[in-house]
Ligand binder design. Structure first.
Ligand code: FDA
Length: 502
């Protein structure tokens, strides 16, 4: 049962939330985490916690009638998606007109569904996006701390050269090198030793069974196995699942009362409860935390919230594309679901691109090289509050996605021309070669130093904090979870030292 009061509450259980809760717990602060999704630890009828990627069931998605996978089609056929029953599944896709945002739902947030790439941003770019954050401290202390806490590891480069499961990456590397571009290994929180054993056939397969966006049954060091396990281990942290925070109310004594909706796995509302706290940390992710504060400001519950709430949102320049390889350049039918290599052209003065070489884990030869490109798109969206649906609506137009395409095109046109290859036009539902209508990397909405002070303290209120991806101003130049975790580590250290009375 939910208590009436907890000294600290953390909303959400993703990266920022998990790092914050661990440090609160270690400091002896009694902390309640509220998560709207499920705890994913019970096997379903097939004996597995998560469903199969190639034959998904209701566990795949958060209350949808049909799966909505990023590769909408293959040879223009709608074979990727399947009808499912609406259920509290693990992957959500929030659709806002010209932009859809993929999110993880459950204990561990995005760590349950993501590609596990654990990349520390280039220092010069980090200094550019967050100039008021001390980079010496970040690179000397908090990035290493985050990588340790997350269980980051590196692939064995010799094994990479000979294994079956990264043939697709070696083919893409060859094509990039032919055009004069260099590649780099990408660190991961997927256990590469486990992956080796998967290929050797000595353990049950996960990354090699095409598992990724609907959850990994083995091998992945998701937050429930790292930060959150450690947080619970302190004895001061508890997690309440299937509880969605809807309202934040401030009492005359400065404490916060949350209105929390409890649902079951079919979406029935079981009850609305209230719980109060002194220290409130928002870790509901870029969409979740931004919506909570926007709603609080627009409904007059927290009227002193600044104008910057809901501003400065970006896609991290995400754009996906495929290239068609020559018939002799097979990518292999066995492909690891976890990327391990990226094309690093971030130093390009006009069109910086970091393109991760993504698998097409279809279980058969496709001759497709797939990429998720991270580009430096300067466009930013913002959120407005819609009173009819009581929700935040993202304002983002397709024209704002064009700079992402321009950058990716500049790189991949050169790769195609050096290799006499072409784009694939059959992957995204129509004939477009570039897909920029979704992002895996929603960032911003409550930007550090704008909606908050330089440590995530929300402007206008005491003891109210933002800990997650909404702090980052729309771009990190690499996959974002290491940056989110490291910033949360930095901010909670300061807040524990200066604000929290024990
Ligand atoms: P995050 O979104 O992780 O967690 C928020 C949590 O809060 C969720 O569990 C949600 O259910 C919960 N919540 C929301 N609103 C709530 C409310 N009102 N009440 C209660 N709970 C609420 N990044 C990377 O670095 N490397 C990678 O390889 C990838 N790959 C990738 C693939 C896919 C498919 C996706 C969807 C994403 C990635 N990412 C990624 C992105 C990465 O997962 C993402 O940036 C982080 O999970 C964001 O962390 P946050 O702490 O901001 O929130």
């Amino acid at each position: 049962p939910l208590p009436d009061y907890s000294p600290a509450i953390v909303i959400g259980t993703g990266y920022g939330a998990a790092a914050t809760a661990l440090r609160l717990g270690e400091a002896g602060v009694s902390t309640l985490m509220l998560e709207m999704g499920q705890l994913w630890n019970e096997p379903g009828p097939d004996g597995k916690v998560f469903c199969q990627m190639l034959n998904p069931d209701q566990r795949s998605m958060w209350f949808k009638n049909r799966t909505q996978a990023p590769l909408a089609s293959f040879l223009w056929l709608d074979i990727a998606n399947h009808d499912i029953k609406p259920y509290a599944g693990v992957l959500d896709r929030v659709n806002f007109g010209d932009m859809s945002v993929y999110l993880g739902r459950g204990v561990g947030g995005g760590s349950l569904v993501n590609g596990a790439m654990a990349v520390t941003p280039k220092r010069s770019y980090f200094e550019e996006i967050l100039p008021r954050v001390d980079a010496d401290e970040m690179y000397g202390k908090y990035f290493p701390r985050a990588n340790t806490g997350l269980g980051m590891n590196q692939i064995d480069p010799q094994w990479f050269e000979t294994c079956k499961s990264y043939q697709f990456a070696r083919v893409s590397r060859k094509a990039a090198q032919k055009a004069g571009f260099s590649t780099t290994f990408v660190p991961s929180v997927y256990d590469f030793e486990y992956l080796k054993q998967e290929e050797a056939g000595t353990v049950p397969r996960s990354a090699l069974a095409s598992e990724v966006i609907y959850g990994n049954n083995y091998g992945k060091r998701s937050l429930d196995k790292t930060y959150l396990a450690a947080a619970l281990g302190t004895g001061h942290v508890t997690i309440q699942t299937m509880h969605e925070v809807r309202e934040i109310i401030q009492q005359p004594d400065g404490t916060y009362t949350l209105a929390v909706r409890e649902i079951d796995v079919l979406g029935n509302v079981l009850s609305t409860k209230h719980v109060s706290t002194k220290y409130l940390f928002l870790g509901a992710g870029s969409l979740g935390s931004t919506e909570l504060l926007l709603r609080a400001r627009e409904t007059g519950r927290l009227p002193a919230l600044p104008e910057a709430v809901g501003q400065g949102w970006g896609t991290n320049g995400n754009v996906m594309l495929g290239r068609a390889n020559h018939i002799w350049d097979t990518t292999g039918s066995l492909q690891s679901g976890m990327p391990a290599l990226g094309i690093d052209n971030w130093n390009d003065p006009v069109h910086p691109v970091f393109a991760e070489i993504a698998p097409v884990p279809a279980g058969l030869e496709t001759w497709v090289s797939l990429y998720l490109a991270i580009t430096k798109n300067p466009e930013r969206g913002h959120f407005t509050y819609d009173p009819v649906t009581d929700s935040a609506k993202l304002q983002w137009t397709s024209a704002q996605g064009q700079p992402s395409i321009d950058a990716a095109k500049s790189l991949f046109d050169k790769i195609n021309s050096a290799n006499t290859t072409i784009y694939r036009y059959d992957l995204f539902g129509d004939t477009r070669p570039f897909e920029n209508r979704f992002t895996y990397h929603p960032l911003g909405g409550l930007v550090l130093g704008q909606a908050t002070d330089d440590y995530g303290r929300v402007k206008g209120y005491r003891n109210l904090y933002v800990t997650d991806g909404s702090l980052i101003p729309g771009s990190t130049g690499v996959n974002p979870f290491v940056t989110i975790t490291a910033l949360a580590e930095r901010n909670i250290e300061r807040v524990l030292a200066e604000d929290v009375v024990r």
